[in-house]
Design a protein around this ligand. Structure first.
Ligand SMILES: [Zn+2]
Ligand SMILES: [Zn+2]
Length: 248
């Protein structure tokens, strides 16, 4: 028990200090730098994207997914294409390297400002209590709190996840939507009404999760619902995920 407590304080200490090494390659970095100057430009930053969902497209225009049916949120944007080092960072973040939320928030906050300047609140995708206990944290909530603070927006936690949903890895967009139906509930409707809210999450795959949360926020009279993620999966794919590492 004592060792566990000791580890916890050590980890907390680590959380509270600045980076000394690059989050990608481990090279030493200067104070306040989180990703070194060599790794930074090599990351798969999103450049030419679909105007609606923000996924990478080959040439300017609407992506195949949105041509079929537009993404449910008003607008979505993401920092990176879900591949290579960016995908690995997200997986590390979800598998215990909690401290990475600071690095992501640093880049997500200006991305919010640029793409959703009229947004006035930030929220996250809720997890069930059990799932959160298992992971030890809700990665989406960590990001949302940090982005709200950095961008001077109100942090909202109006929704809960009512039941566990089956793993989504191998489900199609339609199957995911069915799987998620009714899983979120807005408990604090007052905080949502009339707001322009940004949902912050780690990865946009099919958009089904954000779509379901968006639906309940709109029902609670949110004026606009945006989605901001670290990565997005670019191409239409039978499972929505070309990378076996991606989840949900
Ligand atoms: Zn580096
Ligand atoms: Zn699109």
């Amino acid at each position: 028990m004592k060792i566990v407590e000791l580890l916890k304080t050590k980890l907390k200490k680590y959380d509270d200090t600045h980076n000394f090494t690059c989050d990608v390659c481990g090279r030493e970095v200067f104070a306040n730098e989180r990703i070194c100057k060599i790794c930074f430009p090599l990351l798969p930053w999103n450049r030419v994207v679909c105007p609606f969902c923000g996924r990478k497209v080959g040439e300017e225009g609407v992506c195949l997914d949105c041509k079929e049916r537009r993404i449910a949120v008003d607008l979505a944007r993401s920092l990176f294409v879900h591949e290579g080092e960016a995908a690995r960072l997200v997986v590390r973040f979800k598998r215990g390297e909690k401290y990475l939320f600071r690095t992501f928030a640093e880049y997500l906050a200006p991305c919010l400002e640029k793409n959703f300047p009229d947004a006035d609140a930030v929220t996250f995708v809720p997890m069930t209590e059990r799932a959160e206990k298992e992971r030890g944290y809700n990665q989406s909530r960590l990001l949302a709190e940090a982005v709200a603070e950095r961008s001077g927006r109100t942090f909202l936690a109006p929704a809960v996840k009512r039941r566990e949903t089956a793993a989504q890895k191998f489900l199609s967009r339609a199957e995911r939507e069915e799987n998620l139906k009714g899983c979120f509930r807005v408990e604090d409707k007052k905080s949502v009404a009339g707001r322009r809210i940004v949902i912050i999450d780690d990865t946009l795959t099919t958009g089904a999760t954000a779509g379901e949360l968006c639906a309940v926020l709109r029902k609670a009279k949110a004026e606009k619902v945006y989605l901001l993620t670290i990565t997005s999966v670019p191409k239409k794919h039978p499972f929505g995920i070309p990378d076996a590492e991606a989840e949900e």
